[in-house]
Design a protein around this ligand. Structure first.
Ligand code: GLN
Length: 454
């Protein structure tokens, strides 16, 4: 049934880059066989999921929604996807995304934008952005094409698309999920996580994705707690911090209203609400848009026309010409913009003025959170400054697009677990998300607060 729905919705949503119905069926057959043989079943047994096309999947094209990875078929499986298959999940297909996970609307994909299954309640049929970069994942889960999907979050790419489509998604503590076999964007920020209908499903799936991996040098060597088994929506004795710096000038009244509603829900669940300060919040977005492009420019140097995918070899060209022609043809505009920014801030003349400054800001932001967590257990904030917007509305204005990430990047820079859960609909009938940020390694606290809101 899921395979049929994926196929039927493809023209309307463009959520998948490639469907793999046979993989989903294979996994289902294996679960049947294991059950018949009396073997124990994994936590994801028989669950068909969508796989963001940033995860390398053995024998199945892996594109990062780019042209430069044309025809790239990995000979290896990412650690996270392997863990999901080991837990019994099956793959419905590879999900569309922003090219190399750079974007907030899924409009930078070489495979075309994803269309959100949501519509405004004004009777019109304007196509809306599903958020990004995990826009295929959010649209597919929201449209019920799959019960859950993988996402990755570098500066908000799980949380923002979850908020835009009325689903839940958690970015765990940096290092919880192995980065091995995930196409690298900004390695000090990239984290995988689940996107699903509710908090319980996220907890189950995160349990299957997380765990130490010697193949990732920044992987956390810590046991994976039984998050799903320990879920508890009673927040008695818990303190929820409300950061005053997130009340930015010009924030929509409906976003402030959503936040107040979230505070009331957490109080109802027994939590005590405390005011906190994260003084360097306003520097997080500019710091992120220096650090992330800097790392991206380095990570993307490997796409040279020699080792992967596309090769553009003009008549009579030398090696240098081949690099230039391949990269000119293979990278989209947003990716080129990031490479230019990244190489600029890392260049000898500007390194101290930009990259070093941004790294100092990153430390200050980490210290802000550490100080705040002396007086609270989790932090509540909006996920995004607005609800979903129309496709085309922001794609020609990169700064307006980057502003989507204003509430999500601080937790990314600090490596903290953070989740978005649905907070209700705005006056246009579109979903809004509430964000919960936790202490390092305290995914449980984040999930519990999410459960109390849901
Ligand atoms: N929207 C942010 C960016 O474009 C975050 C993307 C992400 O988390 N992958 O960089």
């Amino acid at each position: 049934a899921f395979n049929a729905n994926v196929a039927a919705a493809q023209d309307a949503l463009n959520a998948f880059i490639v469907a793999t119905p046979e993989k989903a069926l294979e996994a289902a057959d294996k679960v049947d066989a294991d059950r018949a043989a009396g073997k124990p079943l994994g936590a994801m047994a028989g669950v068909p999921i969508g796989m963001k096309d940033l995860f390398a999947t053995r024998g199945v094209q892996t594109t990062a929604a780019s042209h430069i990875l044309d025809h790239f078929i990995p000979e290896y499986e990412s650690t996270v996807s392997q863990k999901l298959w080991d837990a019994g999940a099956g793959m419905l297909g590879k999900l569309n995304l922003d090219q190399f996970a750079m974007g907030s609307s899924n409009e930078t994909s070489y495979y075309g934008n994803v269309i959100s299954p949501w519509r405004r309640n004004d009777g019109g049929n304007a196509a809306l952005a599903p958020g990004g970069s995990s826009g295929g994942s959010s649209a597919a889960v929201a449209a019920r094409l799959c019960p859950a999907a993988t996402g990755t979050d570098t500066g908000g790419s799980i949380r923002q698309p979850a908020a835009f489509t009325g689903i839940s998604g958690i970015k765990p503590t940096y290092g919880r999920c192995s980065r091995w076999g995930i196409v690298a964007f900004a390695s000090s920020l990239d984290q995988a996580g689940p996107m699903a209908r509710d908090v319980t499903d996220c907890a189950i799936m995160l349990g299957a994705m997380a765990g130490f991996d010697p193949k990732d040098s920044t992987s956390l060597d810590m046991p994976v707690p039984d998050w799903a088994g320990s879920l508890n929506a009673d927040l008695k004795g818990k303190r929820v911090g409300i950061p005053k710096e997130y009340r930015m000038d010009g924030t929509d009244a409906e976003i402030l209203g959503l936040w107040d509603q979230g505070i009331a829900w957490l109080k109802d669940a027994g939590a005590e609400v405390v005011d906190i300060s994260l003084p360097h919040t306003k520097y997080a977005l500019p710091a992120y848009y220096i650090v992330a492009p800097a790392e991206a420019s380095s990570n993307l140097a490997r796409y040279d026309g020699v080792r992967y995918g596309l090769r553009d070899l003009p008549q009579g060209a030398n090696l240098q010409d081949m690099y230039a022609a391949t990269r000119a043809a293979g990278f989209g505009d947003e990716v080129k913009r990031r490479i230019l920014i990244g190489t600029y801030v890392l260049s000898a003349g500007f390194y101290d003025a930009y990259y070093t400054q941004a790294m100092k800001v990153r430390t200050l932001i980490q210290r802000d959170f550490a100080a705040a967590f002396e007086t609270c257990d989790v932090i509540l904030a909006p996920t995004t400054p607005t609800a979903s917007f129309a496709l085309g509305e922001k794609i020609d204005d990169p700064l307006a697009m980057y502003l989507n990430d204003v509430f999500s990047v601080p937790a990314s820079l600090a490596g903290l677990p953070a989740m978005s859960v649905p907070g209700g609909l705005n006056k246009d009938g579109l979903p809004l998300g509430l964000q919960i940020i936790g202490k390092a390694f305290d995914e449980q606290g984040v999930l519990d607060a999410g459960l109390a809101i849901e």
